[in-house]
Design a protein around this ligand. Structure first.
Ligand SMILES: C[S+](C)CC[C@H](N)C(=O)O
Ligand SMILES: N[C@@H](CCS)C(=O)O
Ligand SMILES: [Zn+2]
Length: 338
């Protein structure tokens, strides 16, 4: 199924959601699956390292998520930055090619998925889910936060220091956003945004650079009302209202237990579609680059929350770190039952 970007970005998202039957499925943890397939991501580039060492694995993981029911696959550019590539000895041009490659791999996985679907003659799978041929699929180009580039878990603190202001953040992301916007992706996923300042930087960049594909803003949160650095989720979500190109706002890489309250808060300040793709509820240790079980309330039964999130107003739902194709298959099953 081919979706054309409508003249107005919000019409594009509306039409996509309607073709998905009202709710869309976002994919699950990309890096999580790369690691499960044997990749060692203990590197400043984290998952973007695989763009250099194992692009075939990235394609495999995208395909696994499509086969599990995802309507949106997010590219492997989360921690792919021109500055990060430069530190590894790549030229600016080579860095830009690697950014483009992340989207190309996701598009190839989508093509392969549709190709396989066309070979099959089924329309409905044995468990009642709609299968390949008529499922809309978008490729979202990931833009991880400045904190992700720092490679120390700063996307969960949002504390960048006094030296990092609005202009620094805009300059840091500018070229990367432009390259990804022209890479063939359907939208840009600004992910794991840990503070309001970075959302403002993205909103201004979208305008200044005349970015002509839609985008979403997705925040990492520390509780049911605040993003990682303590800014209120309402203030952060409000930033998206200033920008027509932003067609969705929500939360990712945040424990499931906070999501319901966050959806309710976002709804008080915006009419834009709400997206949620939480992590497993574990905590990231940025020094060891390892996930550790959280103390406190368990988030084991992620999937049992999904209906509640949809009823609360989320229309795009998936998973982030430590979620897998099994998580996405279960979400897809729940959302396909109206
Ligand atoms: C979403 S976090 C788990 C990504 C990795 C982090 N930026 C790091 O490099 O340690
Ligand atoms: N899209 C990224 C987000 C990390 S928080 C991933 O799934 O690896
Ligand atoms: Zn995550």
């Amino acid at each position: 199924m081919v979706l054309k970007t409508a003249d107005h970005p919000s019409a594009f998202m509306k039409s996509f959601l309607s073709q998905c039957g009202g709710s869309a499925v976002i994919d699950g943890g990309l890096a999580t699956e790369l690691e499960r397939h044997g990749a060692n991501l203990n590197d400043p580039l984290w998952s973007a390292k695989c763009l250099i060492s194992s692009p075939h694995l990235i394609r495999r993981v995208h395909l696994d998520y499509l086969e599990a029911g995802a309507n949106i696959i997010i590219s492997s550019s989360y921690q792919a930055t021109l500055q990060g590539f430069e530190a590894k000895g790549f030229s600016k041009k080579e860095g830009e090619s690697l950014l483009e490659k992340s989207v190309k791999i996701a598009c190839e996985a989508r093509d392969l998925y549709y190709e396989n679907a066309t070979k099959g003659s089924w329309d409905i799978s044995t468990d009642g889910m709609l299968t390949p041929k008529n499922r809309p699929v978008l490729v979202a180009a990931s833009v991880g936060s400045y904190g992700a580039y720092l490679a120390d878990g700063s996307e969960y603190s949002g504390v960048y220091g006094d030296n990092v202001g609005l202009e620094t953040l805009k300059d840091f992301h500018r070229r990367r956003v432009r390259v990804l916007a022209e890479s063939g992706a359907d939208l840009i996923a600004f992910e794991t945004i840990p503070n309001k300042l970075e959302a403002q930087a993205y909103a201004e960049l979208l305008e200044e650079e005349g970015i002509n594909i839609p985008a979403w803003f997705s925040f990492s949160c520390k509780d049911g009302t605040h993003v990682a650095n303590g800014d209120s989720i309402e203030d952060c979500a409000l930033v998206s209202n200033s920008c027509d190109r932003v067609v969705g706002v929500g939360i990712n890489c945040t424990p499931p237990r906070y999501i319901h309250g966050l959806i309710q808060s976002i709804q008080t300040v915006t009419n834009k579609p709400i997206l949620v793709y939480p992590n497993s509820g574990e905590t990231y240790d940025g020094n060891k680059k390892e996930w550790v079980p959280s103390t406190g309330i368990a988030d084991v039964d992620f999937v049992s929350y999904v209906g509640k999130w949809r009823d609360a107003g989320a229309s795009l739902i998936g998973g982030c770190c430590r979620t897998t194709p099994n998580t996405i298959r279960a979400i897809s099953k729940i959302l396909s039952k109206n």
